[in-house]
Design a protein around this ligand. Structure first.
Ligand code: 3PG
Length: 212
């Protein structure tokens, strides 16, 4: 397992972040750190992604910053240039995975089917985003997929929140969970960083109660 996957596993919760402005990135990173999360997946759902990743890497070096919602090779280049340490993609694209591998950056592609996982294994991957987790059967489906593919790990995202976090984390094939609930865009845009820290702390408390 690469050290990036070790960091993601140790943190246990990957906030999926969509920022309107790069000025929000560092205050948000500080709020997450105060609650015990030192990983940020900053998504290409907004134009502020690259500048946000760059700011976090420069000003909060203790945070492991990655790029999310990556759908093109050009975005992989931009993410690396900004300092991203990992790539998350909503789906599995052979082209994207091979490009990330050529650029030496870990990639977690989204999968929900045995065929997608098989394709990922053929590419040398062993850790997959499972997205959208809620809609594709959550834990039940990941357990079924783990029967033939015992060596793989999942990062479920989509519908994960404080109410079902413990259930997800109890399954040992889950490297970490991802989600936006503690970094809700409305909270970030309103500058409600204390609330974000409180929700982050609630999540990390659940993580420690399940995983020790
Ligand atoms: C993702 O891209 O991983 C999801 O959109 C996060 O899902 P959530 O908003 O339901 O947490």
């Amino acid at each position: 397992m690469s050290s990036v996957m070790d960091r993601i596993s140790a943190c246990g919760i990957v906030p999926v972040i969509n920022l309107k402005s790069a000025d929000q990135a560092v205050p948000l990173g500080r709020a997450l750190l105060a609650g015990g999360i030192d990983v940020m997946e900053i998504t290409f759902r907004s134009d502020a992604a690259c500048a946000s990743i760059k700011k976090v890497c420069e000003e909060l070096p203790e945070v492991l910053a990655g790029a999310g919602t990556v759908t093109t090779c050009a975005q992989i280049d931009m993410a690396i240039e900004a300092g991203a340490k990992f790539i998350v993609s909503p789906g599995l694209s052979v082209k994207l995975v091979e490009y990330a591998q050529k650029k030496n950056i870990p990639i977690l592609p989204g999968t929900v089917t045995p065929s997608e996982i098989l394709t990922g294994l053929e590419l040398g991957l062993d850790t997959f985003k499972f997205f959208p987790a809620g809609q594709y059967g959550g834990i039940k489906t990941m357990k079924a997929l783990s029967a033939p593919y015992g060596g793989i790990k999942f990062l479920p995202t989509g519908g994960v929140n404080a109410s079902n976090l413990a259930e997800y984390l109890a399954f040992d094939k889950i490297i970490a969970v991802g989600g936006s609930w503690m970094v809700d865009k409305k909270l970030v845009d309103a500058g409600e960083f204390e609330k974000i820290t409180a929700m982050t702390k609630e999540a990390t408390d659940i993580f420690h109660s399940v995983r020790g």
